[in-house]
Design a binder for this molecule. Sequence first.
Ligand code: ITT
Length: 199
Amino acid sequence: MKKLLIATNNKGKVKELQELLKDTGLELITPADINLSLEVEEDGATYAENAAKKAIAFARASGLVSLADDSGLEVDLLDGAPGLHSARYHPKPGAKDADRRAYMLENLKDRPHPWTAHFHATIAISVPDQDVQIVEGNCHGEIIAEERGNGGFGYDPIFYFPEKNKTMAEMDMDEKNRLSHRAIAVMNAIPILRKIFGL
Ligand code: ITT
């Protein structure tokens, strides 16, 4: 079977990507499946640089076609922060998702509403020893001051869709996977995967 490595250490991303890619006919492999433990330093100046760096490193280490995701939350009133630095948006090392959400709310608390924001995802696909291909997806909403819902991961409990009256964490995975930044990026990645694997 044709194998694709889901090149991420983030468990929330792994679950969503497995679901989003399940109808491709590819055998989806996680780093854990092949005992691959790889920390790639995310020092690029763009999502594309970081996504490419991760995809290339995982493809080299595994010999498998690898799909990496670099993503982030961009808040308009914070001039697009935390953006590229979303996974590390906290002054203290060792901070968790909940600490980062609290820190964001602290930084927004005196600012006028609505706190408009969007999630961005860049996906890079690396074929070992060949070029990397890049696609993107965005999804727009607002940050709200109180957490709602238990689904998803990261900033989902404070990322709100006014037209649905739901946060991303109040959606089940199917609903999130119909409208998320990652879902749109995967939709854009599928023609590339078809070409690579001759699907
Ligand atoms: P990998 O690099 O191993 O894939 P990571 O968590 O470090 O895992 P990123 O560098 O791309 O991944 O950081 C993205 C951060 O943006 C992530 O840790 C979340 O805090 C946030 N984020 C991205 N997508 C999200 C989503 O769908 N829901 C909530 N938060 C999200």
